[in-house]
Design a binder for this molecule. Structure first.
Ligand SMILES: [Zn+2]
Length: 287
C-alpha cells in the first residue's frame, strides 16, 4: 500500500511569486527548487535533439532542460526499448527551461521534474512509426492524425515497456505518470495478460493518474519525478505524494530514539541541597 501522505515544506508564497529562487540571500537552494507549478531550477542538463530510440518533438526548442537523472534515464530507457523492440521511436516533448520558471503551453514543467512523452504509435497494420504529434487516443486505442486523416494505433507493447522501465528505475523515482483512464486501462490489461509481477502492476497503477485539474492526457504520457532526499534538503518541494518504495527521506536527527532517551535521563534541575544559597556564589564563580 502506498503512502498517500506527504510532508513537504512550502517555499512559495501565494502572492508575489516564488521567493525560493536561489539567490545570494538563499545560497543553500539549488537543483530543483520549489514545486513543479511554482519553481525554478539550477544545474539542469539538456536532452539532446535525438539519440538511440528517441527524438525531440521540437528539435530546436529551448525547453528541454531537466534534472540530470531525468535526462539520463530518458536516454537510457529509450535506448533499451529500441534494443529490445527495434523499430519504434520515443518522441519527447518539453521538459523545462534551463533555469526553470513558466514556459509556454504548460502550467507545470517549471522545476525540471516534468516531461511530456508522446505515445509510441503503430499504423493500423501494426508497423511502428514516430508519433506525428499530440494525437488524442480514444478508449479503443485509436487516434486520427489530422494531418493525413489516417488512423494510428497506440503501441501498447512498447508503451507498457516504457511504463515498466520508468517505474522500475531505482534512481529516477517516478511520482506520477499522468495519462487518461481509458489508456491506463489498456496498459494494465496488457500487463495483466502478460502476467507481470503484481508489485510492478501495483506501482504502475498507483502512479498512473488522470489529473482532475488539467487536460485528460489522452495525447501524451506526462512523467513527473519526485524530489530525491538530497533535493528536498536543497529546496525541492514535492507537490504530491512520496511513495513508500522511493529512497527513504531524511529523518529528523533531533528526534532519534537514542537522543530522546538521553534527554529523558537529564536532570533539568539540580537537587535543592546542591543549590547555592541566595546571596552567595558558587565556589570559583562570580557575577
Ligand atoms: Zn503533460
Amino acid at each position: 500500500m502506498a503512502v498517500k501522505g506527504a510532508i513537504f515544506p512550502l517555499f512559495c508564497a501565494l502572492v508575489g511569486g516564488c521567493f525560493s529562487a536561489p539567490s545570494p540571500l538563499a545560497p543553500g537552494l539549488s537543483g530543483s527548487v520549489g514545486m513543479p507549478s511554482l519553481g525554478v531550477q539550477t544545474g539542469a542538463v539538456e536532452l539532446p535533439s535525438r539519440g538511440p530510440g528517441f527524438v525531440r518533438y521540437r528539435p530546436h526548442g529551448k525547453n528541454h532542460w531537466g534534472r540530470p537523472r531525468l535526462v539520463s534515464a530518458l536516454e537510457r530507457i529509450a535506448a533499451e526499448i529500441d534494443a529490445e523492440r527495434p523499430g519504434g521511436l520515443l518522441v519527447i516533448g518539453d521538459l523545462a527551461a534551463e533555469r526553470g520558471g513558466k514556459i509556454p503551453r504548460h502550467s507545470s514543467h517549471r522545476s525540471g521534474r516534468d516531461v511530456d512523452l508522446l505515445f509510441y504509435a503503430l499504423t493500423p497494420a501494426g508497423a511502428p512509426l514516430a508519433s506525428p504529434g499530440f494525437l488524442r487516443y480514444e478508449s479503443d486505442g485509436l487516434a486520427i492524425d489530422p494531418g493525413s486523416g489516417d488512423y494510428l494505433r497506440l503501441d501498447v507493447a512498447r508503451e507498457w515497456l516504457l511504463v515498466k522501465k520508468l517505474v522500475s528505475d531505482p534512481e529516477l523515482g517516478v511520482q506520477f505518470l499522468f495519462i487518461s483512464k481509458p489508456l491506463e486501462a489498456l496498459l494494465m490489461d496488457y500487463a495483466r495478460a502478460r502476467g507481470e509481477p503484481l508489485e510492478l502492476q501495483d506501482r504502475a497503477q498507483t502512479v498512473m493518474l488522470q489529473p482532475r485539474d488539467s487536460l485528460p492526457h489522452d495525447d501524451h504520457l506526462h512523467l513527473r519525478i519526485a524530489c530525491s532526499p538530497e533535493e528536498i534538503q536543497a529546496g525541492c518541494s514535492g507537490g504530491g505524494p512520496y511513495w513508500e518504495w522511493l529512497a527513504p527521506l531524511p529523518t529528523n536527527q533531533t528526534t532519534t530514539q537514542a537522543l530522546l532517551e538521553e534527554i529523558a535521563q537529564d536532570e533539568p534541575l539540580e537537587p535543592l541541597g546542591a543549590m547555592p544559597l541566595a546571596g552567595t556564589t558558587p565556589e570559583g564563580g562570580g557575577v
